[in-house]
Structures are given as structure tokens and as C-alpha cells.
Design a protein around this ligand. Sequence first.
Ligand code: CIR
Length: 260
Amino acid sequence: MSLAFVRPVPASFADCVTARPPHPPLDPQRARLQHDAYRAALAVGGFDVVEVPVAPDHPDSPFVEDTAVVLGERALATRPGHPSRRGEVEAVAAALADHLDVVRMEAPATLDGGDVLKVGDAVFVGLSSRTNAAGIEVLSDLCGGVTAVPVERVLHLKSAVTAVDEETVLLHRPSLDAAAFEGLRVLDAPGEDPEAANVVRLPDGRLLVAEHHAASADLLTAHGHRVVTVDVSEFARADGGLTCLSVRVRGGSGLVRHSP
Ligand code: CIR
């Protein structure tokens, strides 16, 4: 069994933290419809979808990935880099605790799950505006070593690189130093938007790709991947991508031993 934890879009979604104010303002209703389609795509792709209760006071709470990192049988409840997001963590940790052992990150460490990329057995972590050196140290201690990657041109590491299989990444080369991924196969995400590199691996073997990144879908298809697309454009306007909208626990590794 593979699980995907998601969190509904609150009415306050228009107040999300964004690098630039979106015009027109973010539309919670449009985001809700897109979120429903995203959840459906996860379910069709083989995830059992678990809903964390809505957080009316946390506009960014649908970007649940930033609040937790799954590491084998454990989950690290993070301390997000943006102070306004720290109140999102506890409810996600509680939901995860039904399935995994949860450990909590303490101050002064900060880390956003969007900065953590697992490829096969390797763990990469972005040193970013949201994730500090102390956060990286906590993660490294938990998983027996990580590769730190400076993130200066995008919000999170996974804003510009994600895994497409156990040995291949889709990387937006202008946004990150490709040297960090030496030894892995690298596919170049096309175009100017770093988020063209943000895809989700589904348990059925397909890749979930944002509808507005058709060139990525074409590239992956040309490399023999099976692709399914979903419209997440309203979340992109809030600086989030596909991975941000779920915390995924892949089956086959005894991860869900607390499940009823
Ligand atoms: C934020 O700035 O925190 C949210 N508006 C977007 C978070 C996106 N999360 C992610 O890339 N993992």
C-alpha cells in the first residue's frame, strides 16, 4: 500500500505566502477544483489518499509536503522556514503518526520538505531560504548522510529537480548546479520555468506532470515514461508545484505498520 497525505484548500488560500503578489488574486474555488483533480490522479495512480483536516487559519496548508519528510519507517515533522507555516505541522504529524514513527525537528533548525529529494537510496537536500544548515544536519543524522545542494535561484530544491525513477532526475539546469547530481542520469527540463522539472512518481509507474508543462510531458514520453497530466496552475501561482501538494509514503517497505 502507498499513501498520499493531502490537505484541503482553505477559504484563506488567497493569502498564501508568495514571492510576488499574484494578479488576479488567488482563487480558492479554482484551487479546490484543481485539488480534487490532483487527488483523483493520485488515487487512480495507486495511492490511498489520506486527508489531513483543513486548516482555516493556514493559507499555505495545502502545500503539505513542506511539513514532513518520510524516511523509511519514520517521518520527520519539520520546522518550516517561513514562520507563518509552522502552525501547519502538528495536524500533519498526527495523521502520519497513525502509520509511521514521527520525530520532530526543533529550533533553531528549519527545513521545508520541498527541499528534500530522494532518488534511489540517495537523499539530496537544498540549503535554501527555507532550509538552514541545522535543518540539514538533523535530516542527515536521521538518514545517515545527505548531499546538500545550494538553492539560490528557486524557492525549493524540488522547484527545479525531481526523480523520474530510481536513477534518473528531471533537472532544470539553469536553476541548480548539475554537479550535485553526478552519477545519476539527468534529463533536462525544457523551457524557462524551473517547475517544469517538478513531477510526481505514481505507484502504477506513471509520472504525474503539470498540464501547463506540456513540453516536460513530451520529453518524458519520448524517454519511454508513461505520463498523466493534471491542471495545478492555481497552485503554481502560489509558488507551489505538484510534489508540494502531498506527502507520499511509498509501499513495499513496511512503512505502514501502524495501520489498522
Ligand atoms: C510557500 O511559499 O511556502 C508556499 N506559498 C508555496 C510552497 C510550495 N511548496 C513546495 O514547493 N514544496
